[in-house]
Ligand binder design. Structure first.
Ligand code: AMP
Length: 235
């Protein structure tokens, strides 16, 4: 399995699906949002600056994002593939990734999974999102509630809401997505392996579709299907 990018609007279910993919293929799940949240809570000066951007729903500067990703991808556990969740999020970040993947050693073709969800669903998803601070499992108060209200099913830890999942910040994040991230759909479509799937269905159904699409893609690549062979890292 080559590197996988999960692309989609905030609330499309990238984090949930990335965790499932990581488990299935035993490859690391790299969420730039999680990395920055950890840095923001570290108490460092850089962390405080990051938090200012994140708290307002703005994107973190490209240069810093790429430096953080480069450091993470250099680790040993990324040698056999990885899942990028929330990266790239701008055209310069995608161009950086393309250059990175073009360098030896070959990491296999990049696959981009684009999860689509109608805007009407998103507010409900984001406002209802809760996560377990201990194990990272994600819930939704409306669509995927825990068995016991407010507590993680796995370890009974009280669930938390992200500070940037508030209505005013959500608006800013969706606007950043439309302006800076949405152009990546065409960027990747034009370069090959964009797998577009609806993220609006129940979580298990979306996972099944992703696994099936990846398998179909793997078989097509093995059969050397020319139209699907172009790598996102090329051109
Ligand atoms: P996420 O958890 O992916 O929704 O990310 C939370 C926040 O972290 C975003 O709203 C941005 O402020 C920041 N962030 C995460 N990934 C990136 C990225 N690739 N580029 C710029 N900012 C990012």
């Amino acid at each position: 399995m080559g590197p996988i990018v999960l692309l989609g609007v905030p609330g499309a279910g990238k984090g949930t699906q990335a965790k499932r993919l990581a488990q299935r293929y035993r490859i690391p799940h790299l969420s730039t949002g999680d990395i920055f949240r950890e840095m923001a809570h570290s108490g460092s000066e850089l962390g405080a600056r990051l938090w200012t951007d994140m708290r307002q729903g703005n994107l973190v500067p490209d240069e810093l994002v790429c430096a953080v990703v480069a450091e993470r991808l250099a680790k040993d556990d990324c040698r056999h593939g990885y899942i990028l969740d929330g990266f790239p999020r701008t055209v310069p970040q995608a161009e950086w990734l393309a250059r990175f993947l073009a360098q030896p050693p070959s990491q296999g073709p990049l696959i981009v999974i684009y999860l689509t969800v109608g805007y009407n669903d998103l507010y409900r998803r984001l406002l209802g999102r809760r996560s377990c601070p201990k194990c990272g499992r994600i819930y939704n108060e409306f669509t995927q509630p825990p068995r016991q209200a407010g507590l993680c099913d796995l370890d009974q830890t009280p669930l938390v809401q992200r500070k940037d999942d508030e209505a005013a910040v959500i608006r800013e994040r969706l606007s950043a997505y439309e302006q800076q991230t949405l152009p990546l759909v065409e960027f990747f479509r034009g370069r090959g392996r964009l797998l577009e799937l609806s993220g609006a269905e129940p979580v298990d159904r979306v996972s099944e579709r992703i696994f099936a699409a990846l398998e179909a893609n793997r078989l097509a690549a093995a059969a050397d299907d020319p139209p699907r062979e172009a790598e996102a890292g090329q051109s």
